[in-house]
Design a protein around this ligand. Structure first.
Ligand SMILES: Nc1nc2c(ncn2[C@@H]2O[C@H](COP(=O)(O)OP(=O)(O)OP(=O)(O)O)[C@@H](O)[C@H]2O)c(=O)[nH]1
Ligand SMILES: [Mg+2]
Length: 391
């Protein structure tokens, strides 16, 4: 449902965007909210703005606390390994038990709820790489509106490369999963690839408006988008739209971008009574939308599957580089997105590698002749060994 904001509200949003100072920005956002009419069409937008304001307030408090020397809970944890995975779920589902079972973390497991109150990291080995798994404090109804540590957990999920969504099979797992998915959605975190991807990159004044559509516009034209952006005083930006996008979705992305996170559902406590029946219900609910692994942290059943499923779901590949004068490739692979080319690898190794690139040699079982001499556009696959030669 479109928001249909009045012109003064749109103008006010332009002021919000132009303000850098947090305190002032908050004030402008408050003013903006008061100009947004309260009807069904603006419900989502109002929720979003309130959430952004809550995050800003919290960040300001955090800064204040840092200044006086007290350290608050950590918002982000620095990434390590091949990918950072946020482990989320309702309380007591066994997140800490999983972390303690599959990583090196010495996290506290307890029968009492809400034991984990700030993010706890651990490292899990999978073949020759590591995943960093971070247990996030429990989600609950209202997390996206800032209840308990909800905003912190959702910020962590937004910042991670992927998610493990954990459910407890001794309770109704469908209810748990639908609650979690709804909180994620309110925080604009999607676990299935969205139909549309919209990126609005603000540019310096005078740069003008560039709209690049690689997908399809649904029920709107270039002109409509221009008009919409102008009404928000956005006149210098590059707007990239791929997939199928409606004007409504484009308007949404002005306020906050939606992110997509690959996710795996881990259904825990298969050892308990009723788990089997609940697992069936969960399988029907999840369908083929998300991969699902049934485990028991108590008996360790199923835990060994997590690494491979995560790896598959994240859509990454391992590429091993080799120095021209050495026999063996490096033991530590580069982690690249599926579909990456030699050029992506070269850029990853060194910023001027792709400029000085001459050719590369690739060793792989899938090639008829190996090594093969290739150029920058060669598409890499998991396990490839690459030797780059510079000019
Ligand atoms: N029977 C059974 N109990 C489990 C299993 N996994 C965890 N538990 C129990 O479930 C309770 C909660 O486990 P935790 O790992 O602390 O749960 P959590 O999700 O980290 O909970 P909070 O951090 O408190 O929100 C503990 O009593 C665990 O022993 C399992 O596979 N089977
Ligand atoms: Mg815990």
């Amino acid at each position: 449902m479109p928001a249909n904001l009045p012109p003064d509200a749109r103008k006010k949003w332009a002021e919000v965007e132009a303000t850098r100072h947090p305190r002032e920005k908050l004030l402008r956002m408050q003013e903006f909210l008061s100009l947004v009419p309260k009807h069904k069409g603006t419900l989502k937008l109002r929720g979003q703005i309130k959430k952004q304001m809550a995050i800003m307030r919290r960040e300001m408090e955090e800064k204040k606390r840092k200044k006086v020397g007290k350290s608050g809970p950590k918002l982000f944890i620095e990434k390590e390994g091949a990918a950072q995975i946020a482990l989320i779920g309702l309380t007591n589902v066994g997140r800490s038990s999983l972390l303690a079972s599959v990583t090196n973390s010495k996290v506290e497991v307890s029968v009492s709820p809400f034991t984990t109150r700030e993010p706890v990291p651990g490292v899990m080995n999978y073949e020759d790489i590591q995943f960093q798994i971070i247990e996030a404090p429990a989600l609950m109804e209202g997390s996206a509106e800032g209840k308990a540590w909800g905003l912190q957990t959702l910020a962590l999920a937004r910042n991670a490369d992927g998610l493990i969504i954990m459910a407890d099979l001794s309770q109704d797992p469908v209810e748990q999963l639908s609650l979690i998915l709804s909180e994620l959605e309110k925080a604009r975190i999607l676990v299935s690839k969205p139909k549309a991807r919209i990126d609005i990159e603000r540019k310096f004044m005078g740069a003008g408006l560039r709209i690049i559509v690689t997908g399809k516009l649904v029920d709107c034209t270039f002109r409509d988008i221009e008009g919409l952006l102008k009404s928000y005083r956005i006149s210098d930006a590059v707007v990239k739209i791929s997939g199928e996008a409606t004007l409504d979705e484009i308007e949404d992305s002005i306020f906050e971008s939606t992110v997509y996170k690959p996710a795996v559902v881990v259904a825990n406590k298969t050892d308990l009574e009723g788990a089997e029946a609940n697992l069936k219900l969960l399988r029907v609910y999840v369908g083929n939308k998300l991969p699902l692994i049934a485990v028991s942290c108590r008996t360790r059943k199923g835990l060994d599957k997590i690494g491979a499923v995560l790896y598959q779901t994240l859509g990454i590949i391992r590429v091993y580089t080799k120095e021209p004068n050495e026999r063996q490739p490096s033991k530590n692979p580069f982690i690249l997105k599926k579909g990456s080319t030699i050029q992506n690898l070269a850029k990853n190794i060194h910023s001027d590698f792709s400029e000085n690139f001459a050719f590369a040699k690739v060793w792989s079982k899938r090639l008829v002749f190996s090594p093969r001499r290739v150029g920058l556009t060669f598409a890499l696959e998991d396990g490839d060994v690459v030797e780059i030669h510079l000019k």
